[in-house]
Design a protein around this ligand. Structure first.
Ligand code: KG4
Ligand code: ZN
Length: 355
């Protein structure tokens, strides 16, 4: 089954083509540079950029998924030719930024109607979880993922612990009550006068830094549930550095980053451990933008080792952050279950879509 997937839930314009679970192409047009000066995503700017980019990004994904010999033969209306090979269109329905989601959904609807294709509407968080099932063109890596699995998805928009009974059957067992882990990193980066997104910048600066430079809380780790809260941590950081002159912050960026990063990851790791003990999973899955962080991966691998459990992360760095391949992966399984959008005209974005 060939799937064309479209993702525009936040600030990346993405399209991908999959052959079942294999990625034939994945195009990501990042808007980071457009939002960087604002220190976060500006909805109107995101919408405009998605509108400008969605057509070329989809065309590029279709083109890259086409064999070279075939490309040489194609002339005229390429879209018509490329779409011939597509069986299903998958698009992110939510959760996300409403006006950004709308752009991807409209593009998917137009293509589905014009080329008479079936459509599946995917939950973005399910996409992140299932990014661990993606393979390259050669069908690698081969992974045995046993159920129930425990998934931790950590990104700029969500921090969730999800029990995966099987593909398509989930129970959210813990989530953030306020900021997401990535958001907490982004906001701290902003306080230190660093760029956006903050997570990767903090990761880079933290190398070699002291991890006990400030005393920071590990919020809710003593509470016997699986929910997270990062706003108290962010506030504690803010009050400790708010009266510092710029020069003092600049001189201590490495220690500040390492200390803050560890506070966020320690909190994630403690709740992950609690969840493992509660639900006794057979496999651990970690994904989402923050899962690109090598320190977090190391901590989570340590946890997995202690419990003797296999742990997986998306096989490529670009599959942690937002991408359309993960939407195609979730879409493939939905298509297999026959979960089609019945009436294409009625498909609407769902900014606060639950799992
Ligand atoms: O999954 P994603 O692209 O978008 C959402 O669904 O939110 O995640 C973006 C988030 C941002 O908060 C960014 O700072 C964080 O992921 N992030 C990282 C790293 N790369 C991206 N956080 C820590 N370390 C990284 N290397
Ligand atoms: Zn995401």
């Amino acid at each position: 089954m060939k799937i064309l997937a479209i993702e525009t839930s936040c600030d990346d314009t993405c399209a991908a083509v999959l052959n079942n679970d294999k990625i034939l192409s994945s195009v990501i047009s990042s808007q980071t540079d457009l939002h960087a000066t604002w220190g976060g995503v500006v909805p109107d700017i995101a919408k405009r950029a998605h509108l400008e980019r969605i057509g070329p990004v989809i065309a590029e994904a279709l083109k890259r998924a086409t064999k070279k010999e075939t490309l040489k033969r194609v002339q005229g209306d390429n879209m018509k030719f490329w779409m011939k090979n597509i069986d299903v269109i998958a698009v992110t329905k939510g959760p996300g930024l409403a006006i950004a989601l709308g752009v991807g959904i409209n593009a998917a609807k137009e293509l589905a109607i014009k080329y008479n294709k079936k459509l599946v509407a995917v939950n973005h968080v399910e996409g992140h979880i299932l990014s661990n099932f993606l393979k390259n063109k050669m069908g690698k890596p081969k992974r045995v993922i046993k159920f129930p699995a425990l998934a931790l998805t950590v990104s700029g928009g969500h921090t969730k612990l999800v029990l995966v009974f099987k593909i398509g059957s989930y129970k959210v067992i813990g989530e953030t009550l306020d900021d997401a882990a990535g958001e907490a990193l982004d906001k701290a980066a902003k306080m230190m006068g660093l760029g956006y997104p903050g997570g990767p910048i903090i990761e880079r600066l933290a190398v070699g830094g002291k991890t006990d430079y400030l005393v920071l809380p590990r919020p809710m780790t003593n509470v016997k549930n699986l929910d997270f809260s990062f706003s108290g941590l962010k506030t504690s950081f803010y009050y400790q550095i708010k009266n510092w002159p710029k020069e003092r912050i600049a001189a201590n960026l490495s220690d500040l980053s390492a200390t803050y990063q560890l506070a966020v990851f320690d909190t994630l790791s403690k709740k992950f451990v609690r969840a493992i003990e509660e639900v006794k999973p057979k496999t651990l899955l970690v994904s989402g933008g923050v899962a690109a962080n090598l320190n977090l991966r190391k901590m989570m691998r340590k946890v997995a080792k202690i419990y003797g459990l296999p742990i997986f992360f998306p096989f490529k760095k670009e599959l942690n952050t937002d991408n359309a391949a993960m939407i195609g992966m979730a879409g493939y399984f939905m298509a297999q279950r026959g979960e089609w959008v019945e009436n294409i005209d009625d498909l609407e974005r769902e900014a606060r879509m639950e799992m």
